[in-house]
Design a protein around this ligand. Structure first.
Ligand code: MSP
Length: 524
């Protein structure tokens, strides 16, 4: 089969630089990384983008509170991300900054397109604004929200989303004619059931749009930290218009660059709190600019920590750097994607992480690797024997592996990480059952060499294919596992399914290494 060079474009949100990276940022980026790695493994031409959102009132205020310039704060937080991502094996192809010239040129080009197409006009904004969410609210929307601490108390001064104080804004502003896109967006969502995922979120967006879209204020005049409006520098472009444009500016938009082949994005991974921006404002902007819409927007759930909402005031926000002091990167990657279906909320608990690691990784995967390679050493000096005669249980193992390869692909195409991992775990458990049922130690004792050879071959070949499938989730551990099986240093990034996925590629006579533990048990 010729290598497919289908472009595949996956993005994370760009993270605000008002604060340090936390578990939420790490989660989306790991998920995007698994998709990027899986698609590279499948032979696709992948572009994986992450980066930071440097502008806006929130970042400006955070910088003022620290008595430094916004760009100095941004530089500091960018360093944190630049250190963190390699430690988590994040394989992004680009890291975008909204303060870069490349990005500003893209935002200006987007603005000009909207202007030229008659989608922008100047007016006056008089209503509410939530700085932490960088969101506009109408008086009615606020009145419909209840006060977080006082039941039945309607308030006009608390953000319906984050429940923090909103501020009243009265200023000249440019507006985007969002109201003109109400019907088109409804139509798009209805005609493209894959556009918003998980499906359970579609109704939420439809209800919001059907409730009526008002034109969107897209410039501010009362602070300066942002991209200036072209030819009207007293105005700064609304941070969400600026930020959403990153998905195109990072490809070189508006230039007709080589990277523009990646547009439209295959999937924007985001958290559920920013779905409206991605599933309503962004498509409307793209429609107005006459550009294709992303194929999918996937909104994942939120993590709590040991049953509690993460918050600065509680001081329980999990810092990736602290987690990496306690756990290996692959363990964190595995846990975050295995524990909770992508799309649902989940709880991070150290006990749950350790239990999952010890049961599924140390016991199941680690044990299968250790016992298989140990028996190969003991009975055949580590040299892979040839299959003598395949029996039905051998064929069942092979069929299960081929099923796994197909289904993992399907699950990952739906961003169902937990199902993909569970499908691989099924094969691991099958492998351990196969060992118990075939009892190689008895075959050795009985001198049944033909059957022993066949069983040892199937075990090692199964392990190899399990490791390949797990490699997007745990690149470091699977590189170690494959290196022991292949008896050479494997570069996990260079693997391609078309070269490695077939059953039976390991040849008889191949020397495997002695096992060394890849998943040592963790103390609870
Ligand atoms: N800058 C905007 C995104 C612009 S994209 C064009 C932004 N940045 S953010 O830093 O505030 O948030 C980034 C992401 O973190 C969001 O997707 C949000 O859902 C996610 N999370 C924040 N807290 C989270 C949890 N507790 N759990 C999981 N994800 C969480 O929004």
């Amino acid at each position: 089969m010729p290598e497919s060079t289908q472009p595949y474009y996956v993005t994370t949100p760009i993270y605000y630089v008002n604060d340090e990276p936390h578990l939420g940022h790490m989660y989306t980026t790991i998920a995007a990384d698994v998709l990027a790695r899986h698609h590279r493994l499948s032979g696709d031409d992948v572009f994986f983008l992450t980066g930071v959102d440097e502008h806006g009132q929130k970042v400006q205020q955070a910088a003022e509170a620290r008595d430094i310039a916004p760009i100095a704060l941004a530089d500091k937080v960018v360093q944190r991300y630049e250190t963190l991502w390699p430690e988590l094996s994040i394989s992004n192809d680009d890291f975008t900054r909204t303060s870069s010239d490349r990005h500003k040129a893209g935002v200006h080009a987007m603005w000009k397109r909207l202007l030229d197409n008659g989608a922008i006009y100047k007016g006056f904004y008089e209503d509410w604004y939530c700085v932490p969410c960088e969101t506009y609210w109408t008086e009615t929307q606020l009145k419909d929200a209840t006060h977080p601490e006082k039941e039945n108390c309607l308030t006009a001064e608390i953000c319906p989303d984050c429940k923090r104080s909103v501020e009243k804004i009265q200023e000249e502003s440019y507006f985007f004619k969002l109201s003109e896109y109400q019907d088109k967006i409804i139509e798009h969502i209805k005609e493209n059931p894959d556009f918003i995922a998980p499906a359970s979120r579609q109704n939420e967006v439809l209800r919001f749009v059907e409730g009526g879209l008002r034109d969107l204020s897209i410039s501010r005049t009362t602070f300066s930290w942002g991209v200036p409006v072209p030819d009207d520098e007293g105005h700064v472009i609304y941070v969400w218009i600026d930020a959403l444009s990153n998905y195109l500016s990072a490809l070189g938009f508006p230039e007709d660059t080589e990277n523009m082949k990646y547009w439209p994005a295959d999937v924007h991974l985001i958290g559920k709190d920013i779905l409206r921006f991605h599933a309503v404002y962004w498509p409307a902007m793209l429609m107005a600019a006459e550009l294709p819409l992303p194929k999918r927007v996937f909104a994942h759930g939120w993590w709590t920590v040991e049953g509690e909402k993460m918050s600065k005031s509680k001081g329980n926000a999990l810092r990736p750097a602290d987690l990496l002091d306690q756990y290996e990167s692959d363990t964190l990657r595995y846990f975050l994607l295995r524990e909770v279906p992508f799309g649902l909320d989940g709880d991070f608990s150290h006990d749950a992480l350790k239990t999952r690691y010890n049961t599924e990784l140390a016991n199941d995967v680690g044990n299968l690797l250790n016992r298989s390679l140990s028996m190969l050493q003991k009975y055949r000096d580590g040299v892979l024997p040839a299959v003598v005669e395949e029996q039905s249980e051998d064929r069942a193992l092979i069929a299960d592996i081929e099923g796994m390869q197909r289904e993992v692909n399907e699950h990952l195409n739906n961003q169902a990480f937990h199902l993909a991992i569970e499908r691989i775990s099924q094969v691991v458990r099958h492998g351990n059952r196969y060992v118990a049922e075939n009892a190689p130690w008895t075959l050795a004792k009985e001198g049944n060499d033909a059957r022993l050879d066949t069983v040892l071959y199937h075990l090692v070949e199964a392990l190899r294919l399990i490791a390949v499938q797990l490699s997007p989730v745990m690149p470091v551990k699977m590189e170690q596992m494959l290196s022991q099986i292949m008896n050479t240093d494997i570069n996990i990034d260079a693997l391609r399914m078309q070269d490695v996925a077939g059953w039976g590629l390991l040849e008889a006579g191949h020397q495997c290494q002695k096992p060394s533990p890849v998943f040592p048990r963790m103390d609870s």
